[in-house]
Design a protein around this ligand. Sequence first.
Ligand code: AMP
Length: 370
Amino acid sequence: IWFHGKITREQAERLLYPPETGLFLVRESTNYPGDYTLCVSCDGKVEHYRIIYHDGKLSIDEEEYFDNLMQLVEHYTKDADGLCTRLIKPKLMEGTVAAQDEFSRSGWAMNRKDLKLIQTIGKGEFGDVMVGDYRGTKVAVKCIKHDATAQAFLAEASVMTQLRHTNLVQLLGVIVEERGSLFIVTEYMAKGSLVDYLRSRGRTVLGGECLLKFSLYVCEAMEYLEANNFVHRDLAARNVLVSDDNIAKVSDFGLTKEASSTQDTAKLPVKWTSPEALREKKFSTKSDVWSYGVLLWEIYSFGRVPYPRIPLKEVVPRVEKGYKMEAPDGCPAAVYDLMKQCWTLDPAGRPSFRLLREKLQHIRAKELHL
Ligand code: AMP
């Protein structure tokens, strides 16, 4: 990954030392926010080309326009086209090299040649999701574009390699390409996201036993993350996937951490995020517990959007005054009680995932007359 984010001209020149004609990197322009700078080493000097961002297009010479940095770099790799030299060797970001090495050493690096991309099945915040074939196994592939997001992911990826639980969507491997994309390969979840699953089947198909099972699956995954001091930050039914054999698994962990810490609160999923996380960016297992309460509500209302009929901008002020959603139709009182406990304004007053799991198991035992 040749994108180095916001570094200064001097830092860029240091990174491109010792001189090597064709060695390059891209940084964010410090003088022109929103623009980029292509820095190229050429005959012992470093040239800095301003990349102008205009109407969604990027250009250096205002003759040739590109949709993204990848295409621009690709173009000037083939041909100098007015630059002092064509781009020959990307100066990789330190963390990228480290991550790449770490993936290889720990056995998570996959071979691009073994992966066949078959078709696009979803669009996520971080790029397209495709179904693929890896040595005969159906897999899901997240194709992350080569930019700051990819770096944010790489920083988190080593954490993901250490998480393993039946109710977490399992990472299978990572492919870091020299130029081009970053592929994150995970197990394939044939029945898609839990929110779509609940909406499409509805009350007539899904019985209480089934809803309780989904609640427990998610809770068990979260208990595992809790025990490993890992905060999800974006727990919601849309980030839970369902396998061919109807097992619900939590997905997108590790991907969101970097994003939300730099994110302005305007971009957070307001209806799922706890008041203290919205107000002071205080994310913790307890803020995940709050989100879990909202997820329980989604499950028992068959995928409805939370806080129905309340305008978005009224949600936070009302919640902060202690407003809590009503029980979904037909929701057992014991389950609604758990939701309300998750929505305790004081984070310390919320139950742990461990306790929630125990209580859900009790509810299940009672319903099954065990
Ligand atoms: P995401 O980027 O995680 O929000 O994913 C976007 C969409 O792609 C999801 O809503 C799913 O429909 C689909 N998807 C993501 N991951 C998988 C997976 N492991 N298996 C099957 N479908 C997936």
